[in-house]
Design a protein around this ligand. Structure first.
Ligand SMILES: Nc1nc2c(ncn2[C@@H]2O[C@H](COP(=O)(O)OP(=O)(O)OP(=O)(O)O)[C@@H](O)[C@H]2O)c(=O)[nH]1
Ligand SMILES: [Zn+2]
Length: 212
């Protein structure tokens, strides 16, 4: 498949970048067998009607939720770089993030705000949310997710600077464990010009500004 604009609407649907191997039937069968066992071990009856297809559904969902392992962020970003004489800050904000913490395999989710200052090249705007997904759709900690996005943009586009801010709620902190329902974790990572206070302040002001 080569339609890069296609958004998968099912777990086993393949977008233009995901390797078809990820959803191969043998892997789905293997994973399903493990999840069948998990259902038994947690005290469920996998034979009851509502659970008959559940092991396979979980297998497909997990493969989807971790499909970032099959994607190459630098390749995606590098596939849409355009020479352009624009030297102000470019910001893509409020990008939805869905990831899973590597400690509990529970979701964390929220928003990413990403900026860069071009150095002769701009990148196709959609590629920025795409690389967020490449790194988010795997087992993560929020700090590493933030740094990986920053490094990918810096190393591929070579801009004058990159700024990344991510704000997320972690289900492992709300539905279990410390059970704090409203805490939000903010992480940030910067390079180049964004290490200077003036640029960083402009970025932070622009991402907190509301569209009227
Ligand atoms: N730094 C960081 N920590 C995370 C992230 N996601 C989850 N954690 C934390 O990982 C830690 C794992 O700590 P442990 O003490 O080994 O695990 P636990 O016994 O389940 O801890 P509690 O969650 O406090 O019940 C917890 O403090 C989680 O809040 C993340 O993205 N970044
Ligand atoms: Zn966790």
């Amino acid at each position: 498949m080569s339609n890069h604009n296609h958004i998968p609407d099912r777990d086993d649907d393949i977008d233009g970048y995901t390797k078809i191997d990820r959803y191969n039937p043998e892997l789905i069968d293997n994973l399903s067998a493990h999840y069948l066992d998990v259902l038994k071990q947690i005290g469920e009856n996998p034979e009851r009607e509502g659970l008959l297809k559940t092991p396979e559904r979980i297998a497909k969902a997990m493969l989807y939720l971790t499909h970032g392992y099959d994607l190459n962020a630098k390749e995606i970003l590098g596939s849409a770089m355009f020479k352009e004489d624009y030297s102000q800050m470019v910001i893509v904000k409020d990008i939805e993030v869905y990831s899973m913490c590597e400690h509990h395999m529970l979701p964390f989710f929220g928003k990413a705000h990403i900026a860069y200052i071009p150095n002769g090249y701009v990148v196709g705007l959609s590629k920025i949310p795409r690389i967020v997904d490449v790194f988010a759709r795997r087992l993560q900690v929020q700090e590493r997710l933030t740094n990986e996005i920053r490094d990918c943009i810096q190393e591929t586009l070579n801009p004058i600077g990159v700024g990344v801010v991510i704000e997320c709620r972690h289900l492992c902190m709300s539905m279990r464990g410390v059970q704090k329902q409203n805490s939000v974790t903010t992480t940030s990572a910067f390079t180049g010009e964004f290490l200077k206070e003036k640029t960083r302040t402009e970025f932070l002001n622009l991402i907190s500004a509301k569209l009227s």
